[in-house]
Ligand binder design. Structure first.
Ligand SMILES: Nc1ncnc2c1ncn2[C@@H]1O[C@H](COP(=O)(O)OP(=O)(O)O)[C@@H](O)[C@H]1O
Ligand SMILES: [Mg+2]
Length: 354
């Protein structure tokens, strides 16, 4: 047994929680081994249908980008094909995934404003072969204005994603599409809300955490009423939790009282490794897999994945998810005609109401 990871794991199995392995360093090593050897572990279960999740909160600095990146990497590391779409002109998601986003790089701007297909602007990432990314360049800053005169301007992203899912061979279709929104409620965020089935709201465990959330929720209601009947808030993720402060607990309790089961049990701690990782063009899972931040994001992604299993299979207007890599042969694709959303036909609700 020459592989050090293998050796460490078998030692840990033998000495579980006792003796020399019951130290902070050994625990960190064990966590790192778990994350680094994700491929050897049980893959996360595939969702009942492709999940298009919009990560939104009009407040800046609450962990939208960090959560999109790290949940995306965790889902991919544990076997689920994931596409991350950067919809913030700052391009921080692209940076954190090590994807080029200088002016001129094929990006989400080209898909929204010009007529590039999503496939043409999708880039591989180094984090995982199952993770791809559509980057955002600074050009996107002008898109809010440029889109104003475009036909069906709120539906641009949705159309783009639908066409992509329709075109791409079943074995390459993502199980998850995560969309990182800018910190505003403008036309870009609106596009993301029209494109998604679900909204994931990261909430920072700090003062004023809930401030402005009412506005986001009423915007989601408006979108549901007029543009996308299938959208709803499915997930709340508590971020930057600092266990040393009473305030963090108070905010977490308040959020749980208000949103109940929507709140993931996994909480993301404030952890310096999380904030360092993007500087190296990495997620925290690859930058420091033994950190508490990495473990928390794996836990959150696992919970997200398990919640997705019960979702109803794709309605006729959408496509079925591909199988996980280890699973049985793919089901036949749905009839082509059923996949195309017509201009005048309102999209069928894609969300299952239990
Ligand atoms: N769990 C965390 N621990 C420490 N720093 C964090 C954590 N999550 C995010 N950050 C840092 O907080 C800042 C804002 O996070 P970010 O994800 O960019 O927020 P948003 O996309 O909502 O504006 C970034 O500098 C990021 O590195
Ligand atoms: Mg951001």
């Amino acid at each position: 047994m020459t592989d050090p990871g293998e050796r460490l794991r078998s030692n840990l199995a033998a000495d579980q929680g006792v003796g020399e392995f019951d130290s902070p360093i050994a625990m960190e090593a064990m966590r790192a081994t778990r994350v680094l050897h994700a491929a050897d572990q049980e893959p996360f279960p595939a969702p009942g249908r492709i999940r298009v999740i919009t990560v939104a909160n009009q407040k800046g600095g609450v962990g939208k980008t960090t959560s999109t990146v790290n949940l995306g990497v965790a889902l991919a590391m544990y076997g689920l094909r994931t596409l991350v779409i950067d919809l913030d002109p700052q391009g921080n998601t692209s940076t954190a995934l090590g994807v080029e986003h200088t002016v001129g790089t094929p990006s989400i701007y080209d898909a929204l404003v010009s007529d590039a297909t999503l496939a043409e602007v999708t880039h591989p990432t180094t984090a995982s072969p199952l993770l791809t990314c559509v980057p955002a360049t600074i050009d996107l800053a002008g898109a809010e204005i440029e889109l104003v005169s475009v036909v069906a301007r709120e539906h641009r992203l949705r159309r783009s994603i639908e066409a992509f899912l329709h075109e791409v061979p079943v074995e390459q279709r993502p199980h998850y599409v995560l969309i990182d929104c800018p910190p505003s409620l403008g036309l870009l965020t609106l596009n993301a809300l029209v494109a998604g089935d679900e909204v994931l709201i990261p909430i920072q465990c700090e003062y004023y955490a809930l401030e402005g959330l009412g506005q986001l929720l009423s915007n989601i209601d408006l979108v549901r009423a007029h543009l996308n009947p299938g959208i709803s808030v499915s997930t709340i993720l508590l971020t930057m939790y600092d266990g040393r402060t009473k305030l963090a607990d108070q905010v977490a309790d308040e959020v749980r009282n208000h949103f109940g089961e929507l709140v993931l049990a996994a909480v993301i701690p404030r952890n310096v490794r999380v904030s360092e990782a993007p500087g190296y063009g990495q997620s925290v899972l690859t930058y420091d897999p033994g950190s508490r931040g990495a473990t928390a994001y794996v836990e959150a992604a696992k919970e997200l994945a398990h919640r997705g299993v019960a979702l109803a299979p794709a309605a006729p207007a959408t496509v079925a998810p591909p199988p996980v890599p280890t699973a049985a042969p793919p089901p036949p694709p749905p009839p082509v005609a059923a996949l195309v959303l017509g201009e005048s036909v309102p999209p069928a609700p894609r969300r299952h109401t239990p």
